[in-house]
Design a protein around this ligand. Sequence first.
Ligand code: COA
Length: 380
Amino acid sequence: MSATTYPNYSPGLEGVIAGITTTSDISSEESRLIYRGYDVHDLASKGTFEQTAYLLLYGKLPNRSELDAFEKTLKDEREVPKEVHDALRALPKDTHPMDICKVGFAVVAPFDPDYAAPATDQAANLRKAVRIVAKASTIIGNGHRIRSGQEPLATKKEHTVAQNFLYLITGKDPDAETAHVLDSSLTLYAEHGFNASTFACRVTVATLSDIYSGIVTGIGTLRGPLHGGANEEAMKMILEIGTPDKAEAWIRDALATKKKIMGFGHREYKKRDPRAIYMTKVGKELCEKKGQTQWSKIADILEHVMETEKGIYPNVDFPAAYAYYVLGFPIDLYTPIFVMARVSGWSAHVLEQLANNRLIRPACIYEGPHSATWVPIEQR
Ligand SMILES: CC(C)(COP(=O)(O)OP(=O)(O)OC[C@H]1O[C@@H](n2cnc3c(N)ncnc32)[C@H](O)[C@@H]1OP(=O)(O)O)[C@@H](O)C(=O)NCCC(=O)NCCS
């Protein structure tokens, strides 16, 4: 029997329902994304990443005192042990920042005060999740400093997550506008249902492994250009195009040669990605303000040709790419920035998976031979 004759087989698991969640919901038809009922546009424009992270981890928006306490814990838990920096110093200088991230979280895990707690201890898992969200911007920011031959900086208690990252990257206290652009992008990147990295994370913890192993799995899965790595590839493409006058010919040629255009298309959104709608507004405003409209003009042309020729729209990675470029981030940090946000969604899914756990173990179709005859090694 060939693979196509199995009625339940869906390549890439497209359309397969693999679980139940209360974290977020995607409406492809309405181009809408909600986290626990709240529209991401409201969360990104009116809230903060800290409020979004609280919402994902605790299941409700915080009131003032809950938010104050949560923010204080994030600040108190922000630093990482010096052994993490030592481990990052031992890596080759050209180590990709996503590998720096993986190593950072792998090394910090045994230092967690709840390290020895069983995988099913949900109170300990929640405390670990908060520490993971707190430490992500430090691991990525100081990891970048170490790979660039700089000393790690001590974090500052007054900073938010976005400000902490900007401070570690630039060595200066960030201005409010820059911090707001990064902060809203973190909310947009925080959670997205059963995407590849979140699913991988759930598969890992469903074996009753631990939350840090789930996070390391998530980072490894996010790295690829068909998932989180698309924002880096999208910016490389925009830079290769270089100027708006070259954009139309470039994209038409790319489509004619069947190239995948990075930062466009989405498995779940057949119309517009709501995160991209908001991020495009923020990104293009930023290009205007910073006098770097060549990137938004190239973006306009690519969006127009992709829509008219293919009916395909940008996903969030496309506007995030040029927004991050204008903010001055090195391109290979774009996917780690995604990690900084997504650790909140991954952690929420870990807690949810373990609250009602069942080992995730799908079946597969065997297409190999059935009756091979053993041949002694001397005769093969
Ligand atoms: C995200 C993505 C993997 C979704 O893929 P998918 O649901 O498996 O859809 P497919 O790759 O099967 O694409 C369906 C069709 O649309 C086309 N298509 C989808 N995305 C495209 C893109 N970015 N550029 C050009 N064509 C694209 C495919 O070529 C295919 O056309 P065909 O039927 O004529 O062969 C895909 O859109 C993609 O590779 N995008 C670029 C990477 C990216 O931005 N990823 C970040 C996602 S948030």
